[in-house]
Design a protein around this ligand. Sequence first.
Ligand SMILES: NC(=O)c1ccc[n+]([C@@H]2O[C@H](COP(=O)([O-])OP(=O)(O)OC[C@H]3O[C@@H](n4cnc5c(N)ncnc54)[C@H](O)[C@@H]3O)[C@@H](O)[C@H]2O)c1
Length: 278
Amino acid sequence: MELNQNVLDRFRLDGKVAVVTGAAGNIGSHSAEAFAQVGANVAIVDLPVCLDRSKEVAKRLADQYGVKAMAYGCELTDEKQVAAMFDQIEADFGSVDVVHDNAGVGGSPTPDIEEWDGEHNMAHIDHWRQVININLVSIYIVAVAAARVMKREGHGGSIVITGSLAGQNVNQGPLWQTQDDSSYGTAKAGVLYFTKHFASQVIRYGIRVNSLSPGYCYSPGLHSGFPKEVLDVYDHSQPIDRMMQVEELQAAILFLASDASTYCVGTDLLVDGGHKNW
Ligand SMILES: NC(=O)c1ccc[n+]([C@@H]2O[C@H](COP(=O)([O-])OP(=O)(O)OC[C@H]3O[C@@H](n4cnc5c(N)ncnc54)[C@H](O)[C@@H]3O)[C@@H](O)[C@H]2O)c1
């Protein structure tokens, strides 16, 4: 394969089409901004109820970086909606080159065993299923639909899946309390396995699949229900002694999405402030 001689140029995505899910949210909107900064046209995807916020993100990126940016409302756990969305993006942009498969929700801050007790029994299993459905099943649906379009277009592509430190380590809670419930970490562990498995299947079509695992990065959508004591632990549970700023993920996303990482196939890139060093 022919690589651009200048290593910095390999990060560029001029004229490529990048699709970002969960792009009305914290990490997704910053991922879309990073893609726009290196010249990609961007499809901003989030829930239909977030369409206004998605449109705001799209407008800001188009105004600021002169790229084409459009917003789409889609329930990503619904495979029919996802297939229709990719067909629409292909019709609007002409191609799909990069997909950041990123949307997700938080788990419950209450340990499973507490919620299994008494009358809240069924509420908990419903919540657990919902987190697995959004954080694991929808990741699968989006990745397969994206690869299907890339395979049909015949030019390869790059899929970046958002995993998590929580898929590798149990989230630590304050000493007086056990951790959050297991739904989130179980889904993310599945996402990391799926990335390696799917990457091995689709590399033959020139489609690379890799995952990015952030450590603790404060996002109101994910963390607003968490008690202050838990957030305090997140703040101080890594050698760097602070939570991540979302901008600190942008270069890592670009690395995996672009020709800067042509030999990464099923790689997980952990950005955790040293959390796993302990
Ligand atoms: N913030 C962190 O510390 C952190 C750490 C590790 C991994 N992550 C992962 O990063 C990703 C983005 O999280 P974030 O921090 O930006 O949170 P966020 O809440 O700001 O963004 C998540 C977005 O996903 C969207 N979404 C949720 N369910 C959806 C569905 N069914 N269909 C379509 N869109 C849906 C939400 O509307 C939201 O805009 C998630 O997968 C999360 O698990 C976050």
